[in-house]
Design a protein around this ligand. Structure first.
Ligand SMILES: Nc1nc2c(c(=O)[nH]1)N[C@H]1C(S)=C(S)[C@@H](COP(=O)(O)O)O[C@H]1N2
Ligand SMILES: [Mo]
Length: 475
């Protein structure tokens, strides 16, 4: 299931993926598994029907299904030599079960070439079916127990002791949180941090055998172990991470305090060739991202991160090591479970999402959203608390304005800035008059000016447009 699901994820055409993410959001993985289960159940039913006419053909179909699973498993990045086994054993079990059930039903004779001679034996059929279900459940339980025995990451993560930062981040300014109740916390707690990746099962990386290989257009190849990484001069930085798939007003964004080694330190040891302009980072599961070399070396806090909000990276957020690069969308910079950095050229290599229709470069676009009041809320006339968040990572937010209906743009109160790499919250008191009103928000950043109102879809390089909400004001 996992392997076939992975192949489906990698091969799904762009429009279908868009549709699925729009329909299911971050539940897209659950939806995929439910869909696969439905398809597989349908196919199994089909096999049962075929078995009435031709038991041999039905058994062959079971083997073909198993073969598809085995082929998918073998084709996955990091597949072990035994990857073909689960589906193969499953298919063999399927053939045995099909035959046993068919005989009890009277649709399959002892001799496959003979038509079935006996009638159905309902009791025997139900007993056998029950046995098959119990056996399947027991093997599933044993399988998942074996699977978790092999999972080193959670235990290893509990044992990690993060060092102190050689350069700690200053405390978040007291005024960074918008005074408007209901605006998101300035620092996103790890359990609430959005998660986006192509991994159907979270990669299990043992930090004691983890290495990062830096190679390609470099003078010296560098290999880094986790112990070496922890022993280096780590820095701490507050960075807001955003997904390119975040629609205007969406919540695929989070802000955390990261602990890590500046990527430029590793790159300078490797000494990139002047002809290089990109670093292709690869995850243990084969995901890749293309990051401009200039962004990794211009002095900003682009990190090989090991810590997130004072803890080792959560497994789902890339344990033991991920990249975090201020100012770029995650798909071109934030590789989780990173194991390889290849110094190369945009002209020579393409990354995972670039091969699927997204832009090879993905600077974050200036954006803002209204978090309070919630859309569709009914409020009383008079003063109404309005608030939200704006971001333009690595450029910095200098103003946020709100507009009611077709009125003028009005400057709101900005919360304190933490750094130019973090989002910035805002608050405003609206003197609401009865009726239904539309509120819109737009931000200004320190480099590119006012956020554009031109509506653009998330593909190929991030959505634009103004976030708007409708509010009803009634006494
Ligand atoms: N290995 C791996 N890293 C990945 C991805 C992925 O699919 N696989 N997705 C990227 C994308 S699109 C985003 S937006 C960020 C999200 O990071 P998060 O899940 O920690 O919020 O991770 C990036 N790193
Ligand atoms: Mo993303």
């Amino acid at each position: 299931m996992v392997a076939v699901g992975g192949v489906v994820v990698d091969r799904t055409p762009q429009w279908l993926k868009e549709l699925a993410i729009r329909a299911f959001g971050t539940h897209d993985k659950t939806a995929l598994f439910v869909g696969l289960t439905i398809v597989l159940t349908g196919l199994a039913g089909g096999v049962g029907v075929v078995a009435r006419r031709s038991p041999r053909a039905a058994m062959l179909l079971v083997l073909v299904l198993g073969g598809v699973g085995a082929a998918a498993a073998v084709s996955r990045t990091g597949a072990g030599r035994a990857a073909f086994l689960p589906s193969t054993v499953g298919a063999a079990a399927g053939v045995v079960a099909l035959r046993a059930l068919g005989r009890r039903l009277g649709t399959i004779a002892d001799d496959l070439d003979e038509p079935a001679e006996s009638g159905p034996d309902r009791r025997a059929f139900l007993r056998t079916a029950g046995g098959v279900v119990v056996l399947a459940a027991v093997s599933a339980a044993i399988g998942s127990a074996l699977g978790s025995v092999g999972r080193a990451a959670s235990a290893a993560r509990a044992a990690v002791v993060l060092p102190r930062a050689a350069r700690p981040a200053p405390a978040v300014p007291a005024g960074a949180q918008s005074p408007t109740p209901g605006v998101v916390p300035f620092v996103t707690p790890n359990p609430d941090f959005y998660r986006i990746d192509t991994a159907l099962v979270v990669p299990d990386v043992d930090p004691s055998s983890w290495t990062l290989r830096v190679h390609g257009l470099v003078e010296h190849e560098v290999t880094l172990t986790f112990a070496e990484l922890l022993a280096s001069n780590l820095v701490e930085a507050d960075v807001t991470l955003t997904c390119v798939s975040n629609p205007v007003g969406g919540d695929l964004i989070g802000n955390a305090r990261w602990l890590g080694l500046p990527i430029r330190d590793v790159l300078s040891r490797a000494a990139p060739d002047p002809s290089a302009d990109m670093v292709l980072s690869t995850s243990i599961d084969g995901f890749t991202a293309s990051t401009p070399l200039s962004v990794l070396t211009d002095g900003r806090d682009a990190l090989l991160a090991v810590g997130m909000n004072g803890e080792p990276l959560p497994v789902a957020h890339g344990f033991p090591v991920r990249m975090v690069v201020p100012g770029l969308y995650g798909y071109v910079s934030a590789t989780k479970w990173v194991v390889d950095l290849e110094v190369t050229r945009f002209a020579d290599r393409t990354a995972y999402w670039t091969e699927r229709g997204w832009s090879p470069r993905g600077p974050v676009k200036t954006s803002s959203r209204i978090e309070v009041p919630r859309p569709g809320t009914v409020v009383r006339p008079g003063p109404v608390a309005v608030g939200g968040t704006a971001w333009a990572q690595h450029r910095g937010i200098t103003a946020v304005q709100v507009r009611v209906d077709d009125g003028p743009w009005t400057a709101v109160t900005l919360a304190a800035e933490d750094t130019v790499d973090t989002w910035r919250q805002w608050s405003w008191t609206w003197d609401a008059t009865p009726g239904t009103h539309t509120l819109a928000v737009r931000a200004t950043d320190a480099v590119d000016g006012v956020q554009t109102g031109t509506v653009a879809d998330v593909v190929p390089d991030g959505a634009t447009g103004w976030d708007t909400i409708d509010v009803t004001v009634r006494a």
